[in-house]
Ligand binder design. Structure first.
Ligand code: NAD
Ligand code: FE2
Length: 350
């Protein structure tokens, strides 16, 4: 779990004070900031001291193992070692920060650690500051990376942040579409966790709360305001806690294939898939559709049109590889239920 959590409007202002005891002589703090904030006022509020460095993370594409390896090598070459990494941004930037922290102390390539419990050593100090709400990357024990052969996280006890700062003000100006897609990541985490076979009281307690908060902001509110940002940031946290002790399910397993082959982003990819999962999550999908309608969001259709057999096979391979997700969704005999043919038919609908 994350060791330290602060929450509240304006808590970003405490960053300097919070990281002060973590500074090591002569070693810089690295602020890895979502490139959206390049040239924005937030950058001037970052407590840069001594040889600290601000690096803008290009998150045009979701994080890759090559990008993580390049960043950590660059930091090793320039500084030898560093005091820590502070990731400020959406799920992509937070994942990059987690992975770079781990690769400052673990040998080889980040691709070597894609899987479960492969990371050997704790990374350098790492803190996460979300500017979009929904992924739960701020609390999870994974960092999702696209590598040479798969899209899979570095899942380990060393992966969670040492500190997170949840300041809803930072999410205030996110565009409505992006906010919805990332918010739906949280909603879908809740549906997949609450209807999964891995469910237990720990996951349920957090999942139910996150679900209630998502329903409030996306169905009950008529206008987006500060209260929505406050609530969605806590929904993301609780949704992340819920899957920490369970798993995600069909939407994520299928969406990973899209993302690997077509580069479809996580939030929107999940929405594209969720639209067609009535068979698995009936009530959740009905409610999801009401949210889409109420918030006037367009969900792309026809993205798999014209793909070759080989391309479908690639997606099916990536998706089928997510065994824990399928097992959570469909039970131990999932391979009998979700055959390659059935999955192909589902991809064709997208
Ligand atoms: N580690 C985990 O547990 C976990 C869980 C779910 C998803 N993820 C990962 O999270 C990523 C998706 O994250 P995301 O949905 O937060 O989006 P993102 O981080 O990919 O960012 C999406 C876009 O929003 C911009 N952006 C960020 N903050 C903004 C703000 N306040 N205002 C305006 N624009 C802003 C970014 O620059 C980017 O263009 C994927 O890479 C996915 O794999 C990780
Ligand atoms: Fe997700």
């Amino acid at each position: 779990m994350v060791d330290y959590v602060v929450y509240g409007r304006g808590c970003f202002n405490q960053l300097d004070e919070i990281i002060a005891p973590r500074r090591k002589d002569g070693r810089p703090m690295i602020f890895l900031v979502d490139h959206f904030f390049d040239g924005k006022p937030l950058v001037n509020r970052i407590p840069v001291r001594g040889n600290d460095k601000v690096i803008f993370a290009d998150v045009t594409y979701e994080p890759k193992t090559t990008q993580v390896d390049k960043l950590s090598k660059q930091l090793k070459d320039e500084f030898g070692n560093i005091s820590g990494v502070i990731g400020i941004g959406g799920g992509s930037t937070m994942d990059l920060a987690k992975a770079v922290s781990l690769m400052m102390t673990n040998p080889g390539s980040s691709a070597d650690y894609q899987g479960w419990d492969l990371v050997k050593y704790p990374g350098v100090y790492k803190a996460g500051i979300p500017t979009l709400s929904g992924t739960g990357a701020e609390v999870s024990r994974t960092t999702v990376l696209t590598g040479p052969t798969r899209k899979l996280g570095m899942n380990s006890d060393f992966t969670p942040f040492d500190q997170i700062m949840l300041d809803p003000e930072l999410a205030a100006n996110a565009p409505a579409n992006q906010r919805f897609y990332t918010g739906m990541d949280c909603y879908i985490h809740c549906i997949e966790s609450l209807q999964g076979t891995y469910l237990n009281e720990f996951s349920k307690s957090y999942g139910e709360k996150a679900l209630e908060l998502c329903q409030y902001v996306f169905l009950q509110k008529d206008k987006w305001d500060d209260e929505c940002d406050d609530k969605l940031m806590m929904a993301s946290y609780a949704g992340g806690m819920s899957i920490a002790y369970s798993q995600v399910g069909v939407a994520h397993a299928v969406s990973y294939g899209l993302s690997y082959l077509l580069g479809t982003k996580h939030g929107i990819g999940n929405c594209i898939v969720m639209n067609h999962l009535h068979e698995y999550y009936k009530e959740g999908v009905d409610e999801f559709k009401r949210m889409v309608e109420k918030n006037k969001i367009d969900i792309p259709v026809g993205i798999c049109k014209g793909l070759s057999d080989e391309q479908f096979d690639t997606m099916i391979g990536v998706s089928m590889g997510m065994k824990p997700l399928w097992e959570n969704a469909l039970g131990k005999n999932w391979e009998k239920i979700m055959t390659r043919e059935k999955l192909r038919a589902l991809y064709e609908k997208l």
